[in-house]
Design a protein around this ligand. Structure first.
Ligand SMILES: [Zn+2]
Length: 257
């Protein structure tokens, strides 16, 4: 293999420790998929995955490398997120090299390729995990209120349908850890965007769940975490809590055994 043991040793010493939490409701049901989120080291801005922040990029690249090792991914795709509804399809003709590939601006990824980790970064926004067990096609979306209002969930589902023939009734959708409905204080424009009556806060996961169901996913196939990035137990970064750090949400179809 020609690997230099000294280099390996140095790398393992420098690699940040990565801890992840799986999407528990999917773990035994869909063993062919890897779905989860990274956890924060409590009290510090680590691990740092920020590629588009002022945090040191070298640190971020080491964290991404450690994440890929941890989940057993050959390659990962990520975008500069812009709170819109653009979704990138990573088809079989696309051959990202090993390691992390950054695609253009966008807030979602769709694929049926194995061993390629779809990723979005979040710190209060909602990571939206979607899979079609029939066709083993997946989507991972980043949804803040602007993206939700722009139709990122509907767009992700429509890309799955167009590209892989995945009907919404065959899809399962999970809303990951994000800011909760008690903590997410918003202005009237946000409630207006969702056609909701005036209120001091909004539960974005509930809004997204109802959009998913309206798009045709059976309610029994829509689930959500209860954890909150802001009032949780300091396990996550929170943008509103003043953290520059982000967690990575990830979704992958495993390589065949
Ligand atoms: Zn909360």
């Amino acid at each position: 293999m020609g690997q230099n043991p000294a280099t390996e040793h140095r790398r393992s010493n420098k690699s940040p420790e990565i801890r992840t939490a799986p999407v528990e409701v999917w773990r035994s049901r869909f063993p062919w998929a890897v779905a989860g989120m990274t956890l924060r080291t409590p009290g510090v801005q680590r691990p740092n995955f920020g590629l588009f922040t002022r945090l040191p990029a070298v640190e971020a690249m080491e964290a991404w490398g450690a994440l890929l090792d941890d989940v057993g991914a050959r390659a990962a795709v990520h975008s500069r997120q812009v709170h819109a509804d653009s979704v990138a399809v990573h088809g079989r003709e696309e051959r990202p090299g090993n390691g992390l590939s950054i695609t253009g601006a966008g807030d979602g990824h769709v694929t049926d390729r194995t061993g390629v980790l779809l990723t979005v970064t979040v710190a209060d926004c909602v990571p939206v995990f979607v899979l079609d067990p029939e066709r083993r096609a997946i989507a991972l979306l980043h949804a803040g209120w602007r993206g939700a209002a722009a139709g990122i969930v509907e767009r992700g589902l429509s890309e799955l349908k167009t590209t892989y023939g995945s009907a919404p009734r065959d899809c399962w959708l999970h809303l990951g850890t994000s800011i909760c409905g008690s903590c997410y204080e918003v202005g009237p424009e946000v409630l207006h965007a969702f056609g909701l009556p005036p209120a001091p806060t909004v539960d974005l996961r509930r809004v997204l769940a109802s959009k998913a169901e309206s798009a045709g996913i059976p309610p029994g196939q829509v689930t959500m975490d209860a954890d909150c990035t802001l009032c949780g137990q300091n396990r996550y970064f929170s943008h509103r809590g003043g953290d520059p750090g982000r967690q990575v949400a990830f979704l992958m179809v495993r390589d065949p055994a």
